[in-house]
Design a protein around this ligand. Structure first.
Ligand SMILES: [Zn+2]
Length: 336
């Protein structure tokens, strides 16, 4: 076979082998096979010695060109394989994604802040069952059987008619007054249930923070003072309070509690232009409630109030929809 043909065969074989390379091991095998000491090209070089001077010149050039061609191809292949390999490897120079630490839910944060303020004012934190007897939830709180709030449309009754999911945290007042002699200063934060729709401002499950103070000579002035101290501590010294006439079966007199809006009274969408935000109900403990728990209303007086925890958190964080608290959407949880 003539040298020219041999070289052509070598190049064809090399091209096929080189194209099939997929790893650095295969690349090295091809390099050794075509350019190593035992390669066909090296064998051709040995033939050079026996060739005539003219043949030597032509064959020498052909061999050198072939070697240069193969080296070039192998170099290209190496770069290509390197690029592929790099794609498979992680890029260690990329910035890290970081860990997102967990955090306390906004409702829990506000509840803890409220608890802290009341503890500093000398109140205890009390808890009670979420499944309540109708007596603790209604009768003892002067809510008679004919009262509309006892209707099944408002209350979740459990299988027995005398057991309910508590509709407010007030039964914790009753339980505390039955267990403890006055003076009593307590708050009861907790979950409550109403047979209500779920919309931007209502939820069938929500949280209240209830407060009760029972002592000698407690007045409506004490009630106003404690609420004012609490709200200014929570929202800042600029907060003003307002009390409007109201009615609750378990307090007499009763009041709706308002605080000045963050717009400073100018009127905005949160306060619907009024400058005031309704935040809860309050009043002096009705003597009937004291009688139900065997506390002498002639000697003891007291006040009670209840605020919605969600309402507080909505005002504090500017959350427009109560449902956001229960959806656990990370976009909201991260920003609060
Ligand atoms: Zn406003």
């Amino acid at each position: 076979m003539k040298a020219k043909e041999i070289i052509k065969n070598i190049i064809d074989d090399f091209d096929r082998s080189c194209a099939a390379v997929t790893s650095s091991e295969e690349w090295n095998e091809v390099r050794v096979r075509f350019l190593g000491k035992k390669s066909a090209v090296t064998a051709l070089m040995k033939q050079l010695k026996e060739a005539s001077p003219e043949e030597k010149k032509a064959l020498g050039k052909a061999i050198n060109d072939t070697k240069a061609y193969m080296e070039r191809c192998l170099e290209e292949k190496k770069k290509e394989a390197g690029r592929d390999e790099q794609k498979k490897l992680p890029d260690w120079s990329l910035p890290g994604r970081g860990q997102i630490p967990g955090k306390v839910h906004p409702l829990t944060t506000v509840r803890c802040q409220m608890e802290d303020i009341f503890i500093r004012m000398g109140f205890d934190i009390k808890q009670g069952p979420e499944m309540e007897t109708a007596w603790h939830c209604f009768d003892a709180l002067n809510i008679p059987e004919t009262h509309p709030s006892r209707d099944e449309q408002d209350t979740f009754y459990l299988n027995k008619k005398n057991m309910v999911l508590r509709t407010h945290t007030s039964p914790v007042q009753i339980r505390t007054m039955l267990e403890q002699k006055p003076p009593i200063y307590m708050i009861a934060p907790g979950r409550v249930y109403r047979n209500d729709v779920l919309d931007a401002s209502h939820s069938p499950v929500f949280h209240q923070v209830e407060a009760l103070a029972v002592d000698e000579k407690i007045t409506f002035g004490d009630l106003k003072g404690v609420i004012y101290a609490f709200l200014t501590e929570l929202f800042g010294p600029q907060v003003k309070t307002r009390f409007d006439n109201s009615f609750f079966p378990f307090t007499e007199p009763s009041a709706e509690v308002y605080m000045s809006c963050f717009c400073g009274g100018k009127g905005c969408s949160v306060c619907k232009g009024s400058g005031w935000l309704e935040i809860g109900g309050a009043g002096m403990v009705d003597p009937e409630v004291f009688r139900a728990v065997n506390i002498d209303p002639e000697r003891w007086s007291g006040f009670a109030f209840g605020f919605g925890l969600e309402r507080m958190a909505m005002l504090m964080y500017g959350v427009p929809d109560i449902r956001y608290f229960y959806e656990n959407d990370l976009r909201m949880l991260k920003t609060i």
